[in-house]
Write a protein that binds this ligand. Sequence first.
Ligand code: ACO
Length: 379
Amino acid sequence: MVFEPISRPGLQGVIAAETRLSRVDGLAGELIIGGYALEEIAPYAEFEEMVYLLWYDRLPSAEEKDSFQQELAARRALPPIVLETLHAAAKQRLPIIDVLRMAAGLLNLTLRSDEEYEAASVLVAAFPTIIAAYSRILRGEEPVSPDERLSHAANYLYMLDGEIPSDGRVRALNTYLNTVVDHGFNASTFTARVIVSTQSDLVSAVVGAIGALKGPVHGGAPGPALDTVFEIATPERAEAVLRAKLEAGERLMGFGHRVYQVRDPRADVLNIAAERFFTSGEQLELYQLARHVEKVAIALLEEYKPGRKLQTNVEFYTALVLHGIGLETALFTPTFAIARVGGWTAHAIEHLHGGRLLRPLAQYIGETGRRYPAPFPVA
Ligand code: ACO
């Protein structure tokens, strides 16, 4: 069969494969994950249930949930060579997300088979341990060993602080992780699928996906989004600071989306989760400032990019929720990876079973007809 080539820069609007994992409706502003509307499930489920839903296409029973949690908990510990790598990386103060990528590649060392669910569980289970351990080493502290009795979210906070977290922080973190666990063919998920579309393996797919996630227009946005709010500092400065950025041709972090033409539905779920933390004092002022910054940013984006419909995306509220939970900015993108690895592994498994090789075309715009100089004088 001959296909007529079509050109869509950035693959915008192109359907590259089928998925049963999540549906992103950019016009209605709706997100469905594993059959559930986001707002129906994200604020209530535990992260392990979301991962189970994505891997097995249904929620677990109470017993299945317990044994799934135990299975993941048993895979949290890191091999000594990974810990050595974290110490070596800390000497150079490498960014956490780069160290996560390096350490994820070493997880092959813990695999006993090439069974894909084993690799998927090891990847999901070990991410929080790598991130929390490295973050503590960077602070000059000893890593805290995982506690198998704690849930995935609670254990992550415990390994960061060395203290059992409050139910409120755990609930907010679960809501965040559930909200961003999967989102159609975003750049990092697509990267994972491209990699396994060659019949490669899950660890390779996830290592590639981390590389795609860290860029500032994908998962790297929440830190800079919060920095902007801090830079603005008081409501009356919002317009001047944001206008100066737009005049300088900068993008406002936390706004705009390739698919959503309306407000990102994840922003609403996270806004409700964030609100709980910002009830008084300086914290409440920060939250109110952020809401004001959001309003001013949307109005200015309409002025500078009329008709583009640039609205708040998930990263703006990610910054507020994670800050409210007490995470430092450097942990925002790595914590995104803790969630999204659930989606990456689900997509990789889905694509391994029936997906085609992902291989688009390129429009050649280079020269033609160049001649290689003759290697010796031609008589
Ligand atoms: N601030 C200012 N202008 C913007 C923004 C923004 N946040 N987003 C898009 N624009 C403008 C572009 O400058 C461009 O203008 P032009 O046509 O006059 O040149 C126009 O809108 C279209 O932009 P594109 O980059 O072509 O749109 P694309 O669909 O590729 O962009 C993206 C989507 C990358 C998310 C973009 O909106 C952006 O860079 N946002 C800021 C970074 C961010 O918040 N990223 C997180 C996204 S959510 C996630 O990945 C989990």
